[in-house]
Design a binder for this molecule. Structure first.
Ligand SMILES: [Zn+2]
Length: 367
């Protein structure tokens, strides 16, 4: 029997090679008059060309960094208010899209970004700018989720709010062709983690289960190809699709143990998000292994959970990602790290409840 469920997915998704070139058509459809572009520095020359060519691109903030800071949100909000923007377009990895989403939810309302960050004001999904999310990596899934991860100093905070849900996503695999190999691996493993965590989440449901299994299958079949040859358009297209499916698969169920642990790992040791999630992914596959997870492993093309975990570990090693505590900065106290991971709310979404000793033992095994 199929369990009852409620599934919602409000984002208009455009997918395909070259669809970014038709961004103007999407602005027509959505009635956008004045948009602010948000991206990392690499996109600045193109953003300049876009603002020069089409008056609807009113301004650009092209200084978003990895683990984006609230200051970037504040600058984007300032531009939106100054130019009377009706839309924010985030072009990049999760950092650019999350900054765009946060700014779009603050800009048309009273108060500054810090007021929302500190909980002194609440977001209102009915009062926010149009959000267009354009991923240029294959991994975060931010284009189809209402999650935004923003840091303030060393504090990294995830906010999950309907006000952040993009109005539209433009997923053009051609935009990922220039992504360097290591980032390709980091973001690809993030996508795999999203799908697996959405699947084992306590809030998983029948539709997201199907999306998750296919996302992992596609990613396992194509991530190494995209890593070895970034110009492989078939592999890039498959990874963009896998990342999108993975985003859809965890958007409602939310992530669990790996993402919970990724926060202390990023805050303390500055691991990029994907690498931080992948750090514990193979360990948690072994710890969470049960009949349901075996079904995902087989559906994704592995013999069982052990083979799935070994495949992920091999991908990490192939790309030279950090896999052991000894590769992190300083002398890591496994018990202290375990306590910090356990304190993260996403840990409650994991199908198994872990004790601090169990998590410390998991980290010790990685020393
Ligand atoms: Zn993630």
């Amino acid at each position: 029997m199929v369990d009852g469920f409620l599934y919602a997915q409000p984002v208009k998704i455009r997918f395909g090679e070259g669809c970014f070139e038709k961004l103007g058509e999407l602005l027509d459809e959505l009635g956008v008059q004045r948009a602010v572009l948000v991206s990392g520095r690499h996109f600045a020359p193109q953003a300049e060309r876009m603002t020069a060519a089409d008056g609807r691109f009113a301004a650009a903030f092209c200084a978003v960094e990895q683990n984006p800071q609230l200051s970037g949100v504040e600058e984007t909000v300032r531009l939106c208010r100054e130019h009377g923007a009706d839309a924010v377009i985030g072009i990049g990895g999760g950092s650019a899209m999350d900054t765009a989403k946060y700014a779009a939810a603050v800009a048309p309302n009273a108060g500054d970004a810090i007021d929302y960050y500190r909980g002194r004001r609440s977001f209102d999904a009915k009062s926010r700018l149009t959000i267009i999310a354009v991923p240029t990596t294959a991994g975060t899934g931010s284009e189809v989720t209402q999650v935004s991860v923003i840091s303030c100093g060393d504090e990294k905070k995830t906010t999950n709010d309907p006000a952040f849900m993009p109005t539209a996503a433009v997923v053009d695999p051609l935009l990922t062709l220039g992504v360097p190999p290591r980032t390709t691996m980091n973001t690809g493993l993030d996508a795999i983690a999203h799908a697996i965590e959405g699947y084992w989440s306590k809030n998983h449901q029948p539709i997201t289960d199907v999306l998750a299994i296919e996302a992992v299958r596609l990613a396992l079949a194509n991530l190494e190809k995209a890593f070895r040859d970034g110009s492989d358009r078939d592999a890039r297209g498959a990874m963009s699709f896998a990342s999108l499916l993975a985003g859809l698969s965890f958007a409602q169920p939310k992530t669990a143990a790996c993402h919970a642990c990724s926060y202390p790992l990023s805050e303390r040791y500055h691991l990029p998000h994907g690498e931080a999630c992948a750090f514990t992914l193979d360990s948690f596959i072994r710890l969470n292994a049960d009949e349901r997870l075996e079904k995902l492993a087989r559906g994704a093309g592995a013999k069982d959970c052990a083979e799935l975990a070994a495949h992920i570990r091999a991908l990490k090693e192939l790309a030279g990602l950090r896999c052991r505590l000894s590769e992190l900065a300083g002398d890591v106290d496994a018990a202290d790290l375990a306590a910090a991971c356990l304190a993260h709310p996403l840990m409650n979404n994991n199908p198994r409840r872990f004790t601090q000793d169990e998590l410390a033992a998991m980290f010790e095994a990685l020393r």
